[in-house]
Write a protein that binds this ligand. Structure first.
Ligand code: PMP
Length: 428
């Protein structure tokens, strides 16, 4: 039955919307950090960075169902939930970022952030990091330069996108925490080139933790320097917090907190709806109003009553179940267990990240850092056999993307570490 269904999927569902596994289990339901296939077999979901509360949360299902049966419409109408949710999101952001747009996804949030930067500056040029991923819509795709997601990303990028060296302190051209000035210089060069071409700067976009490569912290002081230079040239600073923000880092609610800076525009999505399509842009009133000159902004489902109630319930549950604190404690614990594996197995090059945003990088040689790409794929396949869902990330696909629901229990963290240890010891 499962194979027949997979054949139907392959016949009628678009091929580029891929499954990670060649022979995937047919998943039927989820509970907390676990998923169950049609035979009842359970899998530990260590990858799903959207369902931050965990799967199947009954409180969320009840709140969404109640709102569905009461009313669902769009933000052209006046209803309580849109005011309450916007207010709540603004109160989570740093002072001055008090205005919220509600959309449906991370890509839409990034597109809107770019439009705001264009409207505010009157210029078109955007500086973004190499090897970044910001979404699939036309503009968010243009600032995405990750060749793992799109091998032709660099050839096809439009002229207004100016990629700069990714500040990867592990395997970039400059290593270690003392590399800040070298990476900042790459941004300064791009800004000079834009100026020498007689053009203006619209803005700078990056994730506040280097996400695509598995959550490597930016070098100390990097964002403070870059934000200063960008603002001095009239640009705005966009923090793409779609993946790193909203509590996943455990020690901080926002990724940019780690760098002690405040951006001009924040984009969020993924976890804020726990799977319900939900995205937002948070910015200042002044930047938000820049779009007024272009007319009005409307999203048919962005800010719908159901979306807003879901968004508020997610925040309530995060608070009541102390999920950010759990991300910090269980994340630190898991990181120390993974680092211990690094003592035993030379294939483990490094464990990046913090909270429940971790990346375990496999290398063939700790000196040359040659990426262990095939090994990583084999390890992920073997982990599936052992009941763990895991996938690779990074431009070399040699990093385990460890982004489980924030409710991950200590027992599940132990199970993951033990299964990984078994695969590394027994082979794949
Ligand atoms: N920005 C970042 C940093 C992301 O990781 C993603 C999704 N992986 C997006 C934007 C796009 O979000 P969505 O898939 O909701 O459009």
């Amino acid at each position: 039955q499962s194979a027949a269904l997979l054949a139907r999927r392959r016949k009628s569902f678009a091929k580029p919307q891929k499954n990670y596994y060649a022979d995937p289990p047919q998943i039927e339901r989820g509970w907390k950090e676990h998923m169950f296939d049609v035979t009842g077999r359970s899998y530990l979901d260590m990858v799903n960075n959207v369902t931050i509360l965990g799967h199947g949360h009954p409180k969320l299902a009840r709140a969404a169902g109640r709102q569905w049966s009461l009313l669902n419409t769009n933000s052209r109408f006046h209803y309580a939930a849109v005011a309450e949710f916007s207010d709540r999101l603004a109160s989570l952001a740093p002072e001055g970022l008090d205005t919220v747009f509600l959309v449906n996804s991370g890509s839409e949030a990034v597109d809107l952030a770019l439009r705001l930067a264009w409207a505010r500056s009157g210029a078109r040029n955007i500086v973004s990091l190499l090897e970044a991923y910001h979404g699939w819509t036309v503009a968010s795709d243009a600032v995405s330069t990750s060749i793992a997601d799109n091998p032709r990303a660099l050839e096809t990028r439009p002229g207004w996108v100016h990629p700069v060296t990714a500040p990867n302190t592990y395997r970039g051209p400059f290593r270690g925490p003392a590399s800040t000035a070298d990476y900042v210089a790459s941004v300064a060069k791009a800004l000079d080139e834009i100026e020498q071409a007689g053009e203006g700067l619209a803005g700078f976009i990056c994730e506040s933790v280097y996400g695509n490569a598995g959550g490597i912290p930016l070098p100390p002081g990097y964002l403070a320097e870059v934000y200063g230079m960008v603002r001095a040239r009239g640009g705005v600073c966009i923090a793409d917090e779609v993946q790193v923000g909203y509590g996943r880092l455990g020690h901080h609610f926002w990724g940019f907190d780690q760098q002690g800076v405040v951006p001009d525009i924040i984009t969020i999505a993924k976890g804020m709806g726990n799977g319900q399509p939900l995205g937002a842009v948070i910015t200042s009133r002044e930047i938000a109003d820049a779009l007024e000159n272009e007319g009005y902004f409307f999203s048919s489902a962005g800010g719908s009553p159901v979306s807003c109630v879901v968004g508020m319930t997610v925040l309530d549950i995060m608070r009541d179940e102390a999920l950010q604190e759990n991300a910090r404690d269980t994340g630190d614990y898991l990181k120390s267990r993974l680092e211990a594996l690094g003592q035993r197995f030379p294939l483990v090059g490094a464990v990046h990240g913090m909270g429940l945003y971790l990346g375990l990088e496999f290398v063939r040689d700790r000196e040359t850092l040659e990426p262990a790409t095939e090994e990583t794929a084999g390890i992920c396949d073997r982990l599936l056999d052992l009941g763990v869902i895991m996938q690779p990330t990074g431009d070399h696909l040699n990093v385990l993307k460890i982004k489980p629901p924030l409710c991950l229990s200590r027992e599940s963290a132990d199970f993951f570490a033990e299964m990984l240890e078994k695969v590394l010891a027994d082979g794949w």
